[in-house]
Design a protein around this ligand. Structure first.
Ligand code: SF4
Length: 144
């Protein structure tokens, strides 16, 4: 966790936890193009889940960007694995970036960052309170 996330008492500003309960609205999987980073190992898990050869999954559903690999998008900008009727079609093996949303440093660095996140994600700020320990664990999974 970066120093900015912590207060002077060494406790993050969200020491009491933050509420989050995904509504499955799909806003974070659709719309404007972005990057969903995946490693070869993660692509392998997706391939096993889909029952397709790894090379095929890698070529069909991911592309190179900034020296790494990211999931491809559909023509409308939706994630290649997002189905507007069914939702995420690889949910059990979705990449860590999706798994840890909205608990990325960029989203919780300050209360203002969290407020901005709540404005774009209807599940953020509502529902179950996620304890600080779990938020801190998710923050360490991927730097976003
Ligand atoms: S934007 Fe938030 S509520 Fe909607 S699918 Fe993504 S995580 Fe869930």
């Amino acid at each position: 966790m970066s120093e900015e996330v912590k207060t002077q008492t060494d406790q993050p500003w969200f020491a009491q936890g933050l509420a989050f309960e995904c509504t499955r609205c799909g806003a974070c999987c659709t719309g404007e193009p972005g990057f969903v980073w995946v490693t070869d190992d993660e692509l392998k898990q997706i391939a096993v889940f889909l029952g397709q050869p790894i090379a095929e999954v890698r070529d069909l559903y991911s592309r190179k960007a900034r020296g790494k690999r990211t999931l491809r998008e559909q023509a409308n900008g939706d994630c290649v694995f997002y189905d507007r009727k069914k939702g995420c079609t690889i949910y059990p093996v979705r990449p860590p970036q999706c798994r840890t949303w909205p608990f990325w440093e960029s989203n919780v660095e300050t209360p203002e960052d969290w407020k901005r996140t709540c404005e774009v994600c209807p599940g953020s700020g509502k529902g179950e309170v996620i304890p600080v320990e779990e938020i801190s664990r998710r923050l360490k999974v991927i730097k976003m």
